[in-house]
Design a protein. Sequence first.
Length: 369
Amino acid sequence: MRLQKISLQLLRLPLVRPFRTSSSAKDHIAHILVRVEAASGVVGWGECACPSDPYYCPETAETCWHILKDFLAPSVIGKDWESIDDLVGFYRLVKGNNFAKAGLEMACWDALAREQKKPLAKLLGGTRTEIASGVSLGIERDIKTLFDLIEQYLAEGYRRIKLKIGHGWDVDVVRQVRERYPDIPLQVDANSAYTLDDIEHLKRLDDFNLLLIEQPLAHDDIIDHARLQAALTTPVCLDESIHSVEDARKALDLQACRVINIKVSRVGGLREAKRIHDHCLARGIPVWCGGMHEYGIGRAANVAISSLPGFSLPGDVSGSDKYYHEDIVEPPILAPNGLVTVPVEVGIGHEPILERIAEKSVRDWTLEA
């Protein structure tokens, strides 16, 4: 395959409701769409699902635009490749910038699947026909609002509830949720809000039969998480700390966690996501797919990777209607009764709505061979 044209579009979509974590709050999402066109005429779409601020990771939508425009796109345009390994090799000298890499790589996976007339899930080795979906709920202004949201999503059939936590919104909130819903699958996500000084406080979460506590300590830490995991009966799940299969190996060797959250964008694309999955599967470590408020294109890639057999826990791949009044693909990705169907159509299985993309676009750029 040879890429003849690469286009970038920065889109801005309002959220159905504001979303707050321990480190940030947002009422809209700005992501970059990547469109690649091969010499054969086949087209592929990807999504750079990076936050606009540097609070989850060092990258932002602006840094991703710069890296895609000035380094990644020029490194692959007009070059022949047969596999994603070949493609990634063209930009191997670019350090970090995984969200930017993921957007380009995702588009190329889509193009490759379309050229081979295969669903993306099958090309990746997926075996599931549907995936179980959970929801992630942000830090709310009061407990009643949180209860209302939990009631809504349980009624819609979602299979797991995840609560964002932070100082002042943690143990007491989880206790009230567990008292009201004693049997629901429940987990919490700290987004690096705590330190080892909080061990005794975090140990109180062991009383609530949680599936896991996600990324309680620093975003770049593995060592201290091992010390924390040894003090907890609740499994620690690493998110921000894992950027590659080597990170996953080291974390598991150090017993820093018992579960890993795989986010396609955080690890640089579907290729590395699959490698992390394969490593964890071989070691009997459960994984699940996290989300970055993806539009339909990135969400479709998450569905595809979640079809692999090691994704044994419900992920954050919820229906797009949880976040957006109107998505940018058809058919929309929905989760009736908490289940998302894995497409059998070629590529990502959902077609971009070009008119809506144009309407929501605030910037565009194209490179041709």
